[in-house]
Ligand binder design. Structure first.
Ligand code: HEM
Length: 372
């Protein structure tokens, strides 16, 4: 039950119910030829297919005179719902104006650098990448093991540009199943579309035939944002202010004025004085908009020790989302949020990357096959 299929129409780790841990890594290609990139995807696919099924990254030779083919820390562990999801960034197609790998004509128009949003404080060290790999699992060692072995296999062809580990409460720790809370103490994920609804997923997540480059059919675009929380400020704000910031009740997760977490968000509801119950500048009001444009969020919390400049905790949300067309979905949404979201007082976006997630692979094939 803790083994998820690797091969399929779509890549795993997208509409897969969210596991407890993430280890994300962005890689830059240092190889020079298209065949280097292609070869890397072939090797990575083979290793990913094995690791997700609970096997070592490569066949063990037990040769005493060679380093083992697998680093070993996952021996004896179950796959713990391990998934690996691969995406390619805009710089794989052109970097500094150069068509390094002869792929420039294959870049879909939807895969562009995100515009600068007001209030962004992006840092190079947490942004970009030629390839993004999202690894999720219900065990942090299993997740780390997968990235470590991919990095090892990539030696000489690709290097890790940045990486981030993240977590949410483990299923085991939760007294009852339900939406996990972020580090601001609120249930996060309530308003997501239903991943078991194929129509909704076709509408929100999966690239449909002929709306993008042919190789992207059944793929999706992944956006990751490393969003630092100013938790010291947050922890000093009143409960009333916290709830007005999100537009939801902290305890139940229900929209302000409601009782049930999953009741419909009604932005028209007014209080006795005629003011909207859910503030117009609250995070949910702005993210929701007219409710027609949606994304699939799959975020995790992160902590990275302290910020040596301020002595404050470096912690926040490692925001991950999937959408069919970032220019029509994520970008307009984040434009609204970056301008007026009440939450901006307590957060700052410090990292950003966008990747085109390839369609899934069939046995015998490899992730990225359609691209080359
Ligand atoms: C809703 C937290 C950033 C998009 C929510 C909710 C919370 C939350 C607590 C209400 C419960 C839910 O529906 O999940 C946060 C935090 C963020 C953050 C703490 C940053 C640290 C973002 C960003 C985007 C986004 C960057 C996209 C640009 C949404 C959407 C909803 C939502 C689409 C659902 C709105 C609806 O009900 O239609 N978020 N969020 N959030 N958030 Fe965020």
């Amino acid at each position: 039950a803790d083994i998820l299929p690797f091969y399929g129409t779509y890549q795993q780790g997208i509409i897969t119910p969210q596991q407890d841990f993430i280890y994300f890594a962005a890689f830059d290609i240092i190889g020079k030829k298209q065949s280097d990139v292609r070869g890397l995807f072939e090797k990575w696919t083979a290793a990913a297919a094995r690791m997700t099924q609970g096997e070592t990254a490569g066949d063990e030779t037990n040769n005493q005179h060679l380093p083992p083919t697998d680093t070993g820390e996952a021996i004896g562990l179950t796959p713990s719902k391990l998934t690996l999801t691969f995406g390619v960034g805009p710089t794989l197609f052109t970097k500094d104006g150069s068509d390094r790998f002869g792929l420039a004509s294959k870049r879909p128009s939807q895969l562009a650098d995100l515009p600068a949003f007001s209030a962004d404080e992006l840092q190079e060290e947490w942004s970009g990448g030629d390839i993004g790999v999202q690894v999720c699992a219900n065990d942090p060692q299993v997740a780390f093991h997968a990235i470590r072995n991919l990095a090892r296999i990539a030696r000489g062809t690709a290097v890790i540009r940045w990486s981030q580990a993240g977590f949410q409460r483990t299923e085991k720790a939760a007294a009852q199943p339900g939406t996990a809370r972020n580090l601001m103490g609120f249930k996060d994920g309530t308003g997501n579309p239903d991943v078991t609804d194929a129509n909704a997923m076709n509408d929100v997540v999966w690239v449909q035939p002929s709306e993008s480059k042919a190789w992207m059919t059944n793929g999706t675009y992944m956006i990751v944002r490393r969003i630092r929380m100013r938790i010291e400020e947050w922890d000093r704000s009143t409960l009333k202010d916290q709830e007005a910031t999100f537009g939801r009740s902290r305890n139940s997760g229900a929209p302000i004025g409601g009782t049930d977490e999953f009741e419909k968000l009604d932005l028209e509801k007014k209080d006795a004085s005629g003011k909207p119950l859910i503030p117009v500048d609250s995070h949910v009001a702005l993210a929701h908009g007219d409710g027609k444009v949606r994304i699939l969020r799959r975020s995790y919390s992160y902590t990275n020790g302290i910020d040596s400049k301020t002595g404050q905790l470096d912690t926040g949300l490692f925001f991950v989302c999937f959408n069919r067309d970032p220019l029509k979905q994520f970008v307009p949404m984040q434009t609204r949020l970056s301008k007026s979201d009440r939450l901006n007082e307590y957060i700052v976006h410090v990292g950003s990357a966008v990747f085109a997630c390839l369609p899934g692979a069939a046995p015998g094939g490899f992730i990225g096959q359609q691209l080359f």
